[in-house]
Design a protein. Sequence first.
Length: 279
Amino acid sequence: MESIIKYIGSIDGNYIIIILIALFYSLEHLLGSPFKFDHRLNHFVNNVLFQLPFFFANLAFALVQVGIVKWSSANEIGLFHLIELPLWLKVIIGVMCLDLSSYWFHRLAHRSPLFWRLHRVHHSDTRMDTSTFFRGHPLEVLVFGTASTVGCIIFGIDLQILGVYLIVQLPFLVAQHANVQLPAWTDKVFGKVFITPNIHKVHHDQNQYYTDSNFADIFVFWDKIFGTYKYSPVASRHYGLKEFDSAKKQTFWYLMISPFITIDRNIEEKPDMPKTVDR
């Protein structure tokens, strides 16, 4: 079991990203989609540009994170060091705990004016598809990288389990942004436990009432436990942020400098029409 965990944690996530992006971007063209738009290649290239600065920012932060988590593990800091668990159970609970940590930092990114300046770059995409996975400001690695680091310290999670979590998380992050029409039963079945693409797309609704919901990456029950779960039909959704709904504000260079520009947040406390549905 330990060798399997080591192998999973050692997988290069960049290869997985390439495979997943190719898969879901192809599915968007082969299967039905909730909406269509022109100039998809331009949109894809514009989003992929974010990957280069993000790669170097993530690499720099990872060096710091590895040192901190190694130190934490060596000093037996965290809850896992207080109890004896079989490795397989520790991995499952560890992934859940890191997802919980990401959930709270994600909520903070929406609540903190400073963090929102960074996170709104990801939410700015008004024509969401698989490539939206790439759209994120490189400085935002400080927010979500800190989330996993803090989770490792609090719960006593080592680098192996952190590596497994990052690999498990990737398919969810890519699939959730895919512009693919999924049957309703996927939410009724998988949506009982996991954040499905349709559930995550609520989080990208242009109406801020829905944007501030569905914060978890993997497990849906965090949102249900802490009262941030919402659901609405995909067909009735408009993506992005109203304050970024112009061609100029969708360009790579504008989005890179946008955290340093004061842009009023367009907030709607209630939806235009009642479309929340319990699932």
